[in-house]
Design a protein around this ligand. Structure first.
Ligand SMILES: NC(=O)C1=CN([C@@H]2O[C@H](COP(=O)(O)OP(=O)(O)OC[C@H]3O[C@@H](n4cnc5c(N)ncnc54)[C@H](O)[C@@H]3O)[C@@H](O)[C@H]2O)C=CC1
Length: 493
């Protein structure tokens, strides 16, 4: 629903290890539907009142039984074909205040101040306020409950973080537009419909009225309603625009599942139709075992002619999706994918030398960028990859990178072990002979250089990215040449 389950920051490609696993009984698989192939009726996008898809929007795998049969009768569409108590489709609810001219009029400085003050007043009790918001939503619209996951803790936190991020940008129109367009697009996969936004507005206002204390009065309410309508109309517009060329989600069949370490799997997925993306981007994945729970993963390879997508997944402690993907998923299982997002792409025409830092499974988008560079031809540019892991056996992607380096003289790959310098065992010995370094990845990078004039890409644990940026700035790399996905704050995509 609008603003309810916004995406986490991309850096995050893997899920945060903060979740608590629900009882095992809930682990029963919810297999996606596998009806025989029938051409999808025109109204398949019940979750998005979309114009007909563009003519170039064709299934890649039209003969794959069971895939992309999104429409009445399939489990996901049935669950999302939400109806109001009166029986109308939610899309038919009046989208109050969505008059485009009013909605686009920028907020006044005073209105922005009122909205920020209201949110600041709620911040100390954000937990209670977001719980109240969802209670109102589900009490008033019980039919919406099935659009959300069983456990709402992550959603509650995301709701507030997203509100904070959006409100922070209220006086930066360009950034705000981009944020809201991303949010609007990503909400399509949750089944958000234009009519839901008015429902959310009422619950939001009800929540603020209760928790904003003496910051709440008629003027504050009017400012909030204006802000919300501006936000929601931008999201709706972006969603409708997106629906012209793109499905709300893709299904993808797992065609290969390789365990590379005890807790890392490389998962290859065949999407049900053309899936556009660039190396360096990421997407959200939902498994059949945890409906409505989405987690981000970067593409671990450049786009391929056969359309296959690869992801590196590490099972994090108590992580629902990651544990399911590593320990349970197998070829034949079908995932859902959101659209590609993220701006950690590289302009290969610019021809700058590239410095890549990949920590742990953060090596995934680095591998994709290297593949993409190889496809474009290096044209004199150098690409240097520092690949960090705690132990030698965790350098699961090293062989593949070294194969690429053997073929492409412009590519250098430097493994770095941070786990106390234990490079024992056959693999460790071989690595030491091959120039293995020890220490934290950013420190190892700092020992090399000079890096001035390089374009730098960082991907890995947030602390690694933060420290890596510091090292690069001190080494003279200008901030505008340092690329990484956002760390810490919601990126609305
Ligand atoms: N799976 C994916 O597609 C992607 C994953 N990521 C993120 O990458 C991370 C990978 O986690 P793990 O594999 O468990 O990596 P890890 O925690 O084992 O760390 C890998 C390396 O990062 C460096 N590092 C870690 N903590 C550091 C610190 N405090 N200061 C400096 N350097 C540090 C070290 O060199 C370490 O060996 C996760 O946070 C994940 O969200 C990021 C992008 C894509």
């Amino acid at each position: 629903m609008p603003l309810a389950p916004p995406d986490l920051p991309p850096l995050v490609a893997a899920e945060a290890p903060t979740e608590v696993l629900p009882p095992v009984a809930l682990l029963e698989p919810v297999r996606p539907p596998q009806p025989p192939f029938v051409p999808a009726p025109a109204h398949v996008h019940v979750h998005a009142p979309a114009p007909a898809p563009a003519a170039d929007f064709r299934p890649l795998f039209a003969d794959a039984p069971g895939l992309n049969r999104v429409g009445p009768g399939d489990r996901w569409s049935d669950a999302w074909g939400v109806r109001t108590p009166a029986g109308q489709p939610a899309a038919a609810l009046p989208a109050a205040g969505q008059d485009p001219a009013t909605a686009r009029r920028p907020l006044t400085v005073r209105e922005v101040g009122l909205v920020r003050a209201g949110l600041a007043a709620v911040e100390p009790v954000a937990d209670r306020a977001t719980a109240h918001f969802f209670a109102l939503l589900f009490l008033r619209h019980p039919e919406l409950r099935s659009s959300f996951p069983a456990a709402m803790d992550v959603h509650r936190e995301r709701l507030f973080r997203t509100l904070l991020a959006v409100v922070r940008e209220l006086d930066r129109p360009a950034a705000l537009r981009a944020t809201l367009a991303g949010l609007g697009r990503s909400h399509r996969r949750y089944g958000a419909l234009a009519g839901h936004y008015a429902v959310v507005e009422e619950c939001l206002v009800g929540t603020l009225a209760r928790y904003a204390g003496d910051r709440w009065d008629a003027e504050a309410e009017s400012a909030w309603r204006r802000a919300y309508r501006m936000i929601s109309s931008a999201m709706i517009e972006a969603a409708e625009e997106d629906a012209r060329t793109s499905p709300a989600w893709w299904q993808g069949e797992i065609v290969r599942h390789e365990r590379r370490t005890r807790d890392v799997a490389v998962v290859t997925v065949r999407p049900d139709q053309a899936y556009p993306f660039r190396a360096g981007q990421y997407t959200a994945l939902e498994t059949p075992w945890w409906p409505r729970v989405w987690r981000h993963y970067s593409f671990a390879g450049a786009p391929r002619p056969d359309g296959l997508l690869t992801f590196h997944v590490k099972a994090v402690q108590a992580g629902w999706v990651s544990n399911a993907l590593v320990h349970r998923a197998a070829p034949g299982d079908v995932l859902r994918l959101g659209p590609a997002a993220g701006a950690m792409t590289v302009d290969h025409a610019a021809g700058r030398d590239l410095l890549c830092l990949g920590g742990g499974t953060g090596i995934a988008p680095v591998r994709a960028l290297v593949e993409e560079a190889a496809e474009h031809g290096a044209s004199g540019r150098r690409v240097e990859v520092f690949y960090g892991a705690r132990r030698a056996e965790e350098l699961y992607a090293l062989d593949g990178l070294r194969e690429l380096a053997a073929r492409h003289p412009w590519l250098t790959v430097r493994p770095v072990l941070s786990g106390g310098g234990h490079a024992g065992g056959p693999l460790g010995g071989e690595l030491l002979a091959g120039g293995l370094m020890t220490g934290e990845l950013p420190d190892a990078v700092g020992r090399f250089g000079p890096w001035t004039g390089r374009e730098a890409v960082l991907s890995g644990p947030p602390a690694m990215v933060r420290r890596g940026v510091g090292v690069l700035l001190r080494a003279g790399v200008p901030a505008e040449l340092i690329r990484h996905d956002p760390v810490g704050d919601p990126a609305a995509v």
